[in-house]
Design a protein around this ligand. Structure first.
Ligand code: CAA
Length: 286
């Protein structure tokens, strides 16, 4: 555990991604304020972190002291402005709604210090739109993390035309401190990761729907034949069918490419609440 270039990090949104982001920042040595809109959401987020660390202890990967140290570095709040006021870095991980994210950054840019870096964990939305109207655009950047955040090695940094090289360099250093490898990608729909990953997932759903093979066998094709750690259907379950459906609809609109058109099966499953791992049922039963 080392000191990080950002001593205090505010993480907005305590869902799967926000909790994971809070955990890795605290593991790297930062003081973290984890914020969400209700006490229930923030305490669920903290339970996620605690459970993950406890599993780490059970697996012999984390010591009980490290677990307690990391948990001791995370405080929770429902006060968004208060969380951001003293922060060196704000990472937003709220639901993928452009108006929500943009409104939040517009509000915060008047609260945070002029040097505070503003980052969004959006997985596909235009960062130029997320940060539209925000003062100090040079310090605004995309920091796209991957699920499960503590285990995945990649951090996709997304630069807008306004992002300064100094911001990119500093966040790249921070990525290393988090134990992640950064890639730098231009602000374009789906960036480098979601554009390719979602395309594969949607095609796998179309193949399942037209009876090409079972979910298990489609996944095995990619795991055993291509060396992917997880097949595209299981991964869609892990990420959430609702999350990927929203990305698919957004990419269809932005890229005008038939490969991103969401399959009917996916829409039906989302409408039925079969969202994957988080609801216990997706292409697999969890
Ligand atoms: N604490 C500490 N270490 C832990 C741990 C914990 N709670 N849980 C697991 N680990 C360690 C394990 O001990 C193991 O370490 P070694 O390699 O040293 O043995 C390692 O982490 C892997 O864990 P497991 O063996 O339990 O699990 P696995 O090998 O089956 O891998 C996985 C699990 C990392 C999730 C892997 O299946 C994988 O990479 N899947 C693909 C995930 C992926 O593609 N995610 C991206 C989704 S897209 C996204 O997130 C973007 C978006 O915007 C929506």
């Amino acid at each position: 555990m080392t000191d990080t270039i950002y001593a205090t990090v505010a993480v907005l949104g305590a869902g799967t991604m926000g909790a994971g982001i809070a955990q890795v920042c605290a593991q790297a040595g930062a003081s973290v304020v984890l914020q969400d809109i209700t006490e229930e959401f923030v305490s669920k987020g903290l339970v996620r972190v605690r459970d993950f660390l406890q599993k780490g202890v059970d697996k012999g990967k984390v010591t009980a002291e490290q677990r307690d140290l990391v948990l001791g570095r995370i405080t929770t709040t429902t006060d968004r402005k208060g969380a951001c006021r003293g922060a060196d870095l704000v990472i937003e991980a709220v639901p993928e709604k452009l108006e929500l994210k943009n409104g939040l950054f517009r509000e915060l840019s008047t609260v945070v210090t002029p040097t505070c870096v503003l980052a969004s964990n959006t997985s596909s939305l235009s960062l130029a739109k997320v940060f539209a109207g925000v003062s100090g655009q040079a310090r605004c950047i995309g920091m796209h993390f991957f699920n499960p955040v503590p285990l995945m090695a990649l951090l996709e940094l997304v630069r807008t035309d306004a992002t300064s090289q100094a911001t990119i360099d500093a966040v790249t250093t921070f990525a290393k401190q988090l134990g992640k490898e950064a890639i730098v990608v231009k602000d374009s729909p789906g960036f480098a990761s979601s554009r390719l990953g979602v395309c594969l997932g949607l095609e796998a759903i179309r193949m399942l729907d037209s009876g090409v093979a079972s979910a298990e066998d489609i996944d095995k094709a990619m795991v055993l034949g291509y060396g992917h750690p997880m097949g595209p259907l299981k991964l869609t379950d892990l990420v959430g069918l609702d999350v990927r459906l929203a990305i698919a609809d957004y990419l269809t609109k932005e890229l005008d490419h038939p490969g991103f058109k969401a399959p009917e099966l996916m829409r039906r499953m989302v409408a039925e609440g079969k969202l994957g791992k988080k609801t216990g049922q997706g292409f697999y039963r969890w």
